[in-house]
Design a protein around this ligand. Structure first.
Ligand code: ZN
Length: 242
């Protein structure tokens, strides 16, 4: 069973299309999405439509919950709030209905899935050893996947030792013999210094994982954002991947 894992698309349709083309070329059996399909970016409806059509399992994230009205927009500060409010204003009824059907935690083929973490599936960023251990303690599955931080990450727990860290493009892992916590990184707004769109390839039979990055036309997404009058700080960060 081969699966591709995406997360944090954030309404960046150009990046999503580039990632889906790369995933098609990798011929996987399933596509899993760890949430935040909308928020920040300029094409929420098109991204909901594509992810809905393609993903066999999909979670919701904090931005999805804000845009669908489950979380008060007051929870979002500054430009994130501006973008969430804009997204809510343009969201089509069928995209809204689909977002309302999603949960922030799930499971697929014995793999635990969370948008944030096991401790707090909506809000917690797993970016420290303490947070990674907390999620591994609260779960039993050998493999746990999280999104939300927009940072590609690989952490292994062997007996009581935690190892790992950032997972740059091309990182390959032999799973098994340890418990793993992986974050595929973000499709639509990477924050680990690599502006290319991120995704993860899993082979559950061979017990391997590979972190992938694909180039996309960042300037096209930036032009769409400026046309929608989304905050300039959200536009420029895409160039740097920060
Ligand atoms: Zn996100």
């Amino acid at each position: 069973m081969r699966a591709a894992v995406i997360s944090d698309v954030h309404a960046n349709l150009v990046a999503l299309e580039a990632v889906l083309a790369a995933i098609d070329a990798a011929s996987v059996d399933e596509l899993w999405c760890l949430g935040d399909t909308v928020g920040y970016g300029p094409r929420p409806n098109e991204c909901c439509e594509l992810v809905r059509a393609r993903a066999t399992t999909c979670l919701c994230g904090n931005h999805d919950l804000a845009v669908r009205g489950t979380i008060d927009l007051a929870e979002f500060s500054g430009d994130a709030g501006v973008a969430a409010r804009w997204s809510r204003g343009v969201l089509a009824d069928d995209a809204l209905a689909w977002l309302c059907s999603l949960a922030p935690a799930g499971e697929a083929h014995g793999v635990a899935l969370f948008h944030g973490s096991a401790r707090d599936p909506v809000w917690e960023y797993v970016l420290s050893d303490e947070a990674a251990i907390a999620t591994l303690v609260l779960t039993e599955e050998p493999l746990v996947l999280v999104g939300h931080s927009h940072v590609a990450l690989e952490v292994a727990l062997r007996r009581s030792t935690l190892e790992g860290g950032l997972a740059p493009a091309g990182t390959e892992l032999e799973l098994g013999e340890a418990r793993w916590l992986l974050n595929p990184g973000s499709v639509g707004q990477p924050r680990d210094g690599d502006p290319r769109a991120a995704f993860l390839l899993l082979d559950l039979d061979a017990q391997t994982a590979r972190f992938e990055r694909v180039d996309y036309d960042v300037e096209q997404t930036q032009a769409q954002m400026r046309e929608a009058e989304l905050p300039e700080s959200l536009v420029v960060r895409l160039s740097a991947g920060q």
